[in-house]
Design a protein around this ligand. Structure first.
Ligand SMILES: [Mg+2]
Ligand SMILES: [Zn+2]
Length: 195
């Protein structure tokens, strides 16, 4: 069924200067290939010690936070469905990610994960927008879609973001784009300048 992964990671900063009564602008971020170096195809980050931040990713996150974007991760993690890791192990990776990002001045509000196999045809696996819809329901603030972005490195991220009504930014190059992204960034350093 619909498993949203590590919702326990929701960490809205109570000290935030942004009044949460207002609709927020959010940077929804894919994880693998955007925040961390993507593992080889068919492989997964099973432990935090395998997690390597992508070049410029922490600076990108900090720049987005400084521009007033709230940070929310939406990630397909089929390794759970394959039995290579369990939900608790995935949540542990994401707790470490949230802590490391916050320590760099880029606190994340939440990580939403789809643990299902592609063949399960769930509602949450990107390119479907279900994970983003779940985030919109569960985040403790409303989201200003017109000012919010989906940032990803694959066609399915762009498709999911567009289907959810977000603006979309493609990081790098992706094959098989069914939907044109609203912006394209050659590398992580260029992302925050475009938003
Ligand atoms: Mg990716
Ligand atoms: Zn799913």
């Amino acid at each position: 069924m619909f498993n949203t992964g590590c919702l326990s990671d929701i960490q809205v900063q109570p000290s935030s200067a942004i009044p949460l009564a207002q609709a927020q602008k959010v940077a929804f971020l894919d994880r693998d290939g955007v925040i961390n170096r993507a593992p080889d195809k068919g492989r997964y980050v099973l432990h935090w010690r395998q997690f390597q931040f992508a070049d410029g990713a922490l600076d990108m996150l900090k720049a987005l936070a400084n521009k007033g974007y709230r940070l929310v991760v939406v990630t397909n993690q089929q390794g759970v469905g394959k039995g290579l890791m369990d939900a608790a192990a995935l949540a542990a990776v994401h707790r470490n990610l949230c802590a490391a990002s916050a320590a760099q001045g880029a606190p994340m509000d939440a990580v939403f994960s789809c643990p299902h196999l592609a063949v399960q045809d769930c509602a949450c696996r990107k390119p479907k927008p279900g994970l983003i819809h779940e985030a919109l329901r569960r985040l403790p603030y409303s989201v200003d879609l017109s000012k919010s972005w989906m940032i990803g490195d694959s066609a399915r991220d762009i498709e999911a973001g567009a289907a959810a009504g977000l603006r979309t930014l493609l990081l790098g190059m992706a094959a098989g784009l069914a939907v044109e992204p609203d912006a394209v960034a050659a590398n992580a350093h260029a992302v925050a300048r475009l938003l």
